[in-house]
Design a protein around this ligand. Sequence first.
Ligand SMILES: [Zn+2]
Length: 422
Amino acid sequence: MLRAACLCVLWASFIHGFPVTKERQKLLLISFDGFRWDYDLDVDTPNLDQMAKEGVKAQYVTPPYITVTSPTHFTLLTGRYVENHGVIHNMWFNTTTKEKKGYYQTQFVNEWWDNGTLPIWITAERQGLRAGSLHFPGTASSYQGQVPTVREVEPNYYDYKNETLWHENTDKVMGWFRDQNLDFVSLYFGEPDGTGHRYGPDSQERKDMVKQVDRTVGYIRDSAEKHGLTERLNIIITADHGMTTIYRSAQLEEITLSKIPGFNFSDVSFHLLDYGPTGMMLPNPGKLEAVYKALKGAHPHLHVYKKEEMPEHLHFTKNDRILPIILWTDPGYVLNGYFPVQFNKGEHGFDNQEMDMKPFFRAVGPAFRRNLLVGPFETVNIYPLMCHILGIQPDVNDGHLNATQHMLVEAVEPLVINQSLL
Ligand SMILES: [Zn+2]
């Protein structure tokens, strides 16, 4: 408890040589699912523009591979690459029983999430802070028996496009900060991902949804002001991945594994396919080489790797949950198993070096410099930035404060507390 008590007075700065203690700063992390880095370029976004003027805008950020929702969100919360935090897919699966659970059901498989790496909520609470989460992926799970002080899990069949609900959720979170004195909250909105999938990232529907996001950004900042939080609250707005247009079948040769000569599904004991551009396979004993050789080079837009030979930049090797063969397609294509069953106009899950997979990043508040445009960085670096702002010791992570500290104003550099100084 002594440690917690000391941390409560961590914030200090010097004015004319005299130390001035400050209240600890608060932090709200917001994800708008699937908001690609360039979605503000073809839509009028006055509130995002205003936020950039008053804070920091990154050109884009690079998510970890695999560029799908639960793995990339868990990277935001932990600062770890996917192979290190273990939430390697949206879907929980068991290669022995062949069971699979979808994205929503997997939110409630505790051991899928709680597998050794702590999200920032728990780390913050262990150091005396109060954390909350609303609808953020991973919120339903406990971690080593702990949950944040306040949490609200997204209901099943949630109307994730509803702007009125977005406003209600915003006011609820601001109330948590003010009335329950939370220090950190993560807040999730399920758009513009849904619209990007259904209508494609170039559609008018996606542009309209970006306008809704922009109006909500204005609402969020107004709500912070109304709740008396503006002076102490930092807001980071980002996303988990981008979105790219899927070509229509008339324009291309589809990638359907059952049609590849020499490849037999009977050689595979378990697979995750028909999930956008990505796939993983567990070949039967003794069949790995045969499966690999049949698939490698079978289509000019299909990438096939043995787990241990994966390109290093993807950081998708060192985890027992990752299956021995990993497949993904180039942008524009999806990966089909027996026959085409995917008809989305937009998809994500591709190589994280593809520009269409990059999300946006904005930040505003007392910790951040104003009117600053910064270059790209990886989203693993957001975690150490958040820990720094909150004045907590980060857990082991793959990010570096060096990647983001140029965004910060000097006055909020936390000092190691020295009671004799105060
Ligand atoms: Zn997503």
